[in-house]
Design a protein around this ligand. Sequence first.
Ligand code: GLU
Length: 481
Amino acid sequence: MRLRFAPSPTGHLHIGGARTALFNFLLARRHGGVFVLRIEDTDRARSRPEYEEEILRDLRWLSLDWDEGPGVGGSRGPYHQMQRLDHYGPYIDQLLAEGKAYRCNCSAERIQQGREALQAAGRKPMYDRHCRDLDLGPDCGEHVVRLKVPLEGSTAFDDHVRGRVEIDNAEIDDFVIRRSNGLPPYNFVVVVDDHEMGITHVVRGEDHINNTPKQVLIYRALGWEPPEFAHAPLILGPDGSRLSKRHGAVSVGAYREEGYLPEALVNYLVRLGWSHGDDEVFSLDELISVFSLDGITKAGGRWDVDKLRWLNQVWMKRLDPADLAERARPFLVAAGADPALIDDRLVPAVLTVRERARTLVELGEQARFYFVPDDALDWDEQAVKKHIKASTRPILDGLLAVLEGVEDWSQEGLEAAVKPWVEAEGIKLGKVAQPVRVSLTGKGVGPGLWEMLAAIGREVALRRIRAGRDKAAAREAAAGR
Ligand code: GLU
């Protein structure tokens, strides 16, 4: 099997494009086939090298590596359409010589009149085939080349998702296969490229399904066997209309920046148009062993950011902690952590917030307090007022006395040292935990007491609790005045 993803570098890699790439990649990997990346850059006005770079970067980030294409090479290149322009002309000449295509020099007005006449006669408005049998030569002035679509019969293909798709040839225009500027349009170019690249399966979005009969006609005219087709359903927005910018971020890059893991995005994307029983969580390797065209659904999935967030947390918990910590590092810095303070406390720190964070952005914000100078803590004044009071001072003094003597500064060691003291003093644990949490983090909500104390380390913990004690003492003094 040879499959391809053929993006146009006219914008960012979209969610829908990434899903198409994923489906093709998975099929190629599942069946020991080849995954080709082809850049369809013939739209000179809109194509940009930056977009191409971004698309390659995002595909690599998703681990959708290609076997042939830009940066990799391959025997069926070039893989940029702009470098293939000399491939198309000979086939058009062949069709002209065989009488399967014809030159048309109709003016735009003539074409319009023809359409209107057809419409007035109650027929589908299309090119009226004025030049079809005129046998115009290359010297007929400014002209296009059109395919001679059979006047009778129908064109059909068996789509792996939609089933048999059949359309009366009478409904198909004698469409242009070479523009007056000499360049062939998408439908022609894609057929030549897919054929020359030996593509056996074309898997793409349903938005292309109307092009497929025209492409099948071109295959037949050139005497080639068409590939197999599968048109995946469009991804829908939460309101059921086609997913678009007005529903929020639609580019892969935006989700990376929002702190989603590529594992989660791949997992989420595959389920928008494919299912395997009720299973929800799949790694790329698991997908490679179960993915098949039969699982592609007719109905498109709706974009559901809560589900994506859920899957992202699932994946944050599945990652090896050291790996998660490294991926969290840039997000911590973006949240204001001081890179110089990020030391070997990183892994335990990240683990203390993993349960409550759904993205790396949230993880970075929640773990920030571990790695900032004390005076850069983000204070929640309400929480300070509520939990660092005059009555807190003796509690923190007592706790400090216990903590200063702790030798095993681990979750277990801390718990074993502090619990007996709390019980002996008859203090509720919350009366200790909240002032400690506020002293360490600046806030009234945060990780569990023992894991947080262990992760932040003895030195910072004692320093911040002493500062909390001093604040409480100041309030005590103010109250006593
Ligand atoms: N360049 C086309 C697109 O981005 C590819 C269409 C196809 O897969 O045939 O939509």
